[in-house]
Design a protein around this ligand. Structure first.
Ligand SMILES: [Mg+2]
Length: 119
């Protein structure tokens, strides 16, 4: 399958659980993507470095660039379009606006919204 992870609040929600989950899916041979908004080139580099540092080097970054006066609402529409264009089967995403957009624009994509249980 083709599986995408959002970064902020998803892959980083609970790194002790989300990173091993992502690594396991990658090891099973799924085609993995990081689908994330970045505000500047440094943020893109930081997120790519996170993948490398956490054994997720097989992930393909798909950054939505919101350089300068980035309008997050507009970015929230681009992520669903990316899901459709990349043929994403499963998308791990925490943002309800993005999730709503995916339901509308890429209805074949299954959304997984992570939540962190209390310890
Ligand atoms: Mg997020």
């Amino acid at each position: 399958m083709r599986i995408a992870f959002d970064f902020d609040g998803t892959l980083t929600l609970d790194e002790d659980r989300m990173v091993p989950l992502a690594r396991s899916l990658m090891a099973q041979g799924h085609k993995m993507f990081l689908l994330s908004v970045v505000q500047n080139p440094e943020e893109a580099e930081r997120k790519a470095q996170f993948l490398f540092d956490n054994g997720l080097s097989d992930f393909t970054p798909s950054f939505v660039q919101a350089y300068g006066e980035g309008d997050y609402k507009e970015c929230a529409e681009i992520k669903p379009q990316r899901c459709r264009d990349l043929g994403i089967d499963v998308f791990f995403e925490d943002n309800d606006i993005v999730i709503k957009g995916v339901h509308s624009i890429s209805p074949d994509t299954v959304i997984v919204k992570p939540s962190k249980g209390s310890a």
